[in-house]
Design a protein around this ligand. Structure first.
Ligand SMILES: CCCCC/C=C/C(=O)SCCNC(=O)CCNC(=O)[C@H](O)C(C)(C)COP(=O)(O)OP(=O)(O)OC[C@H]1O[C@@H](n2cnc3c(N)ncnc32)[C@H](O)[C@@H]1OP(=O)(O)O
Ligand SMILES: Cc1cc2nc3c(=O)[nH]c(=O)nc-3n(C[C@H](O)[C@H](O)[C@H](O)COP(=O)(O)OP(=O)(O)OC[C@H]3O[C@@H](n4cnc5c(N)ncnc54)[C@H](O)[C@@H]3O)c2cc1C
Length: 560
């Protein structure tokens, strides 16, 4: 994040100076935004950067305990520099949050520079690999930096201390977060597909019940309940991959537009990255835990690979923007778009469907049979009607409040759901678009079509209440969707293992005894257990000190 922050907010001169140093690891940088007292509310940060015209320097200071920087990855032990976000004060006026490059440690012996106090914030959730990340704490006591270490692409402070705003939107200050959020969406599919690969392969090996007469038992993958829990997660792994690819395209497109000062798609980039980051990370974290349960008791063993995957993944729901806070950003943009509909302003990009408001508010879903749900046009329209009607309902309810902000606050739980509906529509749409493209490989398109339908109909089934409450579907149509979903699971089953093999993960990368490619699970589990340090001795160390005295006492008592 140090590098993208300098790229996005630094001038060309600053980029030329700092980026080569970072690329060659001649300096190591981190992104120091969050503080002990504020993370979500960036405008509430307290660290100050006060310009001193006498020396042409900024004085970086932590005025309170709560202004201590807290969480930046790489800060605790490794970083020599940080992009620090602080309130810029010049000529006695507070101009709000800006980025500054600050050296923290000596490049000679790595000791903290005068006025800098830093360290690691301590152990984190689980025993997983995230504990090898030195998330840190940082305080400044009037630390001086040259004026040219303020990131000056968006605004500048002159030699005399005058604040000058460039003609670029101030939201570009948040650009690094947009970049990282889009990369987090791509990573969601990676984490989810790892978990699903383990659970599908193991479910094909694991057998329980089913044999009354000494014949073979049933592979747990053949149980309808296992399929109805697992196949939607398999479909989600593919869905998140395709929407992640699309989001990467959108991000590249926005970046190219920004270079020629076209800011028209900035809001779309913010809404899509924030919303997709929130929905895909929450779904992935839940799915990894579901995969653990799908693997029964053995899923709880570290050697299954799932506990570590979960512990490392789950903070994605919080870092780079708490998921609820991000969905409320999407909701704000939805409300703004609804309010502009009456003025005739046509929504664009992923909000374009809202322009069909007259039709979608009254449309009746035409599905009559379960097979009708295989028609992508019916799926698309049902998701559009649900999302639009939820947004319009929220807007109407907010409109009845004494003021907009109060109404938004009161209706925020409903707004969250409206935002989720909008984002799920995007995921479904991008999956449908993907399966309409040419897809090489015999029968591959058909398999992806099945997964696309599974993702859409499962999402519909899970959120059926929304579809019914908004009148987008009838209860009968909801039941038909569920009927079709069951048929789709049966079609996915013969290809389930191939569909996870297609992720092409090596055993080393998966790190799971249960997810082994060769399926040789039981000998591997047995062998792995003996590697546990507790098995280095047959009689445990504590025996003589604790167990033996107790056991001896029991023996004496029983002899009485
Ligand atoms: C790969 C693993 C790495 C993990 C490492 C983790 C790193 C981190 O976690 S770094 C720290 C990340 N921190 C956050 O994500 C903080 C979350 N908070 C925010 O992003 C913001 O403070 C906020 C958006 C929640 C609120 O900001 P505020 O300025 O108070 O916003 P408003 O709601 O008043 O919005 C003003 C205006 O700006 C637009 N906007 C907000 N964010 C962006 C953005 N990222 N890009 C473009 N535009 C943005 C917003 O829509 C408003 O627009 P208008 O309505 O048109 O004024
Ligand atoms: C592993 C990890 C790595 C991180 N790395 C970095 C890093 O490198 N650099 C950096 O600067 N930061 C980093 N962070 C910090 C991270 O970005 C913040 O923790 C995150 O943005 C959430 O902010 P917060 O902690 O203030 O949560 P809070 O905002 O305090 O959230 C607490 C609760 O309040 C709710 N809430 C907050 N505001 C609202 C609202 N307006 N409406 C409704 N509910 C609300 C939230 O939903 C949540 O339930 C990292 C965090 C973690 C866990």
């Amino acid at each position: 994040m140090f590098v993208p922050a300098i790229k996005g907010q630094g001038t060309e001169e600053q980029q030329k100076k700092w980026l080569p140093l970072a690329y060659k690891f001649q300096i190591i940088g981190c992104y120091a935004q969050t503080e002990l007292g504020h993370g979500s509310n960036v405008q509430g940060l307290e660290t100050t950067a006060t310009f001193d015209p006498m020396t042409d320097e900024f004085v970086i200071h932590s005025p309170t305990l709560t202004s201590s920087k807290w969480w930046p990855g790489g800060l605790g032990k490794a970083s020599t520099h940080a992009v620090v976000y602080a309130r810029l004060i010049t000529e006695g006026k507070d101009y709000g949050i800006h980025g500054f490059i600050v050296q923290l440690r000596s490049l000679e012996d790595h000791s903290p520079l005068p006025g800098v106090t830093l360290g690691d914030i301590g152990g984190k959730f689980g025993s997983g690999a995230y504990n090898s990340m030195d998330n840190g704490v940082l305080r400044f006591d009037h630390v001086r930096i040259p004026r040219d270490q303020m990131l000056m692409r968006l605004s500048q402070v002159t030699r005399e201390g005058k604040y000058v705003q460039s003609d670029v939107p101030k939201q570009l200050l948040y650009g690094t977060m947009v970049y990282v959020r889009q990369s987090i969406v791509a990573d969601a599919s990676k984490a989810l597909s790892r978990a699903v690969c383990i659970a599908v392969r193991y479910s094909a090996i694991r057998k329980q019940f089913g044999s009354q007469d000494g014949g073979p038992e049933t592979q747990v993958l053949n149980y309808r309940t296992q399929q109805s829990r697992l196949f939607p997660l398999l479909a989600s792994a593919y869905a998140f991959r395709f929407v992640g690819d699309w989001l990467n395209w959108l991000y590249t497109d926005v970046t190219q537009k920004l270079e020629v000062k076209d800011y028209s798609t900035l809001q779309e980039a913010h809404a899509c990255t924030a919303g997709l980051k929130a929905v895909t990370t929450s779904a992935t974290a839940d799915a990894i835990e579901e995969c653990r349960k799908l693997c029964g008791g053995h899923g709880y063993l570290n050697s299954s690979g799932l506990p570590e995957l979960f512990a490392v993944y789950v903070p994605a729901c919080t870092y780079e923007g708490d998921n609820v806070v991000l969905l409320l950003q999407v909701a704000r943009i939805l409300m703004k778009t609804v309010s502009q509909l009456t003025s005739g302003k046509q929504p664009v990009g992923t909000m374009a469907y809202m322009g069909k408001v007259q039709h979608l508010m009254q449309s009746k879903c035409a599905v009559k049979t379960a097979e009708d749900w295989l028609n992508p046009a019916f799926i698309q329209e049902a998701f559009e009607a649900r999302a639009l009607r939820m947004a319009v309902n929220c807007a109407q309810n907010i409109g009845q409040a004494s003021n907009q902000e109060e109404g938004f606050y009161e209706r925020s739980p409903d707004l969250l759901e409206a935002a989720v509906a909008h984002i799920q529509l995007i995921i479904v749409t991008k999956f449908i678009e993907k399966v309409h493209q040419d897809i090489p490989g015999h029968g591959v398109k058909e398999q992806l079509q099945n997964l696309c339908n599974v993702y859409a109909l499962y999402t519909l089934h899970k959120h059926l209440g929304d579809f019914l409450a908004t009148g987008s579907l009838t209860p009968k149509q909801g039941a038909l969707a569920n009927e079709q979903l069951g048929k789709l699971y049966a079609q996915v089953r013969p290809n389930a293992v191939a569909l996870v093999d297609a992720f092409n993960y090596t055993d080393h990368y998966l790190g799971s005894v249960l997810g082994r490619y060769d399926g040789n699970v039981y000998p591997a589990l047995y062998e792995e257990a003996w590697k546990d340090p507790l098995n280095e001795t047959v009689v445990p160390e504590g025996y003589h000190e604790y167990l033996r005295p107790l056991l001896k006492q029991q023996l004496k008592l029983s002899r009485l």
